[in-house]
Design a protein around this ligand. Structure first.
Ligand code: ZN
Length: 361
């Protein structure tokens, strides 16, 4: 495309060579040259501005980006790479399912040839379907789910079903006097909850008095508050997750958030370890060199540190309760066995090591 006009221009140039330019043409040419010069100058100065901003961004990234971050990860973490990669992919897929990004999760499964069975997906699919309906203020699927899981929800002390019925009732109230009869007949759904939610049921019944006047102008206007919908989504997610044995927050986002808190601390430690040349201090694969405070939000379960070996117990080295009641780790117990007998390091009770019982927190 560009070759033809260029060739044409060259031919024209040869043809005009030696011919003096007319005054008008020369004026036009010089104007044109000036214009081009100005434009080029403007472009150059604009580029300078952009360039300085870009280089500032680059410097800011360099300042905040630590390339030495690999140093705090033990190489062993990447052993058996394929397996590790699958675990990571699985965590991402689970996160996507949990966030309701089903199509993205499916795509990732396909691309990574990850085999996710239906039993794993099913709870997420169901939760998302119900939550989507709730976001559109459709209580049907959530109520159906709550009724079919009533017994287990009661065991969890959940008031989900009551809250769903209450929301349905409030919606009827918002319909005005013509919905009065329907609301009254719906109120029988509260009967099983009369003992636990007496006060709330009284409030709802009291609101019926103001139905003709309009609920929004009554002391019960708070019943129409939109926050009830946000609250029901939260209650549903929390209770359904605990009933299905899922975590409310995705494990990946919790790990990521914890990592963001822990990383700067670990990098400081690494710097200190390197400076003092005391390598080998941090050798345990499953253990951090220091305790890192992640806040109450990240408290999930108790941990036990062996009083003898001063190590946190793990699945492979669990806490063992001796018959005298003292608790030590299995590694410590094995080290303390002498001639087939064990002497408790606290009360010197002698016992058979096989009598120790594993404790699960
Ligand atoms: Zn003892």
């Amino acid at each position: 495309m560009t070759a033809a006009p260029e060739a044409g221009a060259r031919a024209a140039g040869r043809g005009l060579q030696g011919t003096p330019l007319s005054a008008t043409l020369s004026l036009m040419m010089s104007q044109c040259c000036r214009k081009i010069k100005d434009t080029v100058q403007k472009l150059a100065s604009d580029h300078k501005d952009i360039h300085s901003s870009v280089s500032r961004v680059g410097k800011a990234i360099d300042r905040n980006f630590d390339s030495e971050i690999c140093g705090i990860v033990s190489d062993a973490v990447w052993d058996a790479r394929e397996q590790q990669q699958q675990i990571l992919q699985m965590a991402i897929v689970e996160h996507l399912y949990q966030q309701g990004m089903l199509s993205v999760a499916e795509e990732l499964c396909q691309e990574s040839t990850l085999n996710v069975d239906l039993d794993f997906k099913q709870p997420f699919l169901e939760l998302n379907r119900i939550l989507e309906a709730l976001h559109e203020q459709d209580l049907g699927p959530a109520l159906e789910w709550a009724v079919s899981h009533r017994q287990r929800l009661l065991e969890l002390n959940s008031s989900l079903e009551f809250k769903l019925h209450r929301l349905h009732f409030i919606r009827l109230l918002a319909g005005g006097p013509e919905k009065q009869l329907e609301a009254l007949s719906y109120a029988r759904h509260f009967q099983p909850f009369a003992r636990l939610h007496q006060r709330e049921i009284q409030v709802m019944m009291g609101s019926l008095v103001y139905l003709r006047l309009g609920l929004e102008k009554s002391p019960y206007c708070h019943l129409l508050d939109n926050s009830h919908w946000a609250e029901i989504c939260e209650t549903f997610t929390r209770d359904a997750c605990s009933l299905l044995g899922l975590s409310v927050e995705s494990p990946l986002s919790v790990s990521f958030a914890s990592g963001c808190v822990a990383l700067p601390v670990l990098m400081n430690i690494k710097a200190v370890v390197d400076q003092r040349q005391c390598t080998g201090v941090w050798s345990h694969k499953d253990e951090l060199p220091i305790e890192i405070e992640l806040g109450m939000k990240c408290w999930y379960h108790s941990v036990f540190a062996c009083p003898i070996l001063r190590q946190q117990t793990s699945d492979s080295n669990p806490p063992i309760k001796l018959i005298c009641g003292h608790v030590i780790s299995r590694d410590a117990l094995n080290k303390l066995i002498n001639g087939g007998k064990l002497k408790c390091p606290y009360c010197p009770m002698e016992q058979n090591p096989a009598d120790g019982k594993r404790i699960i927190f």
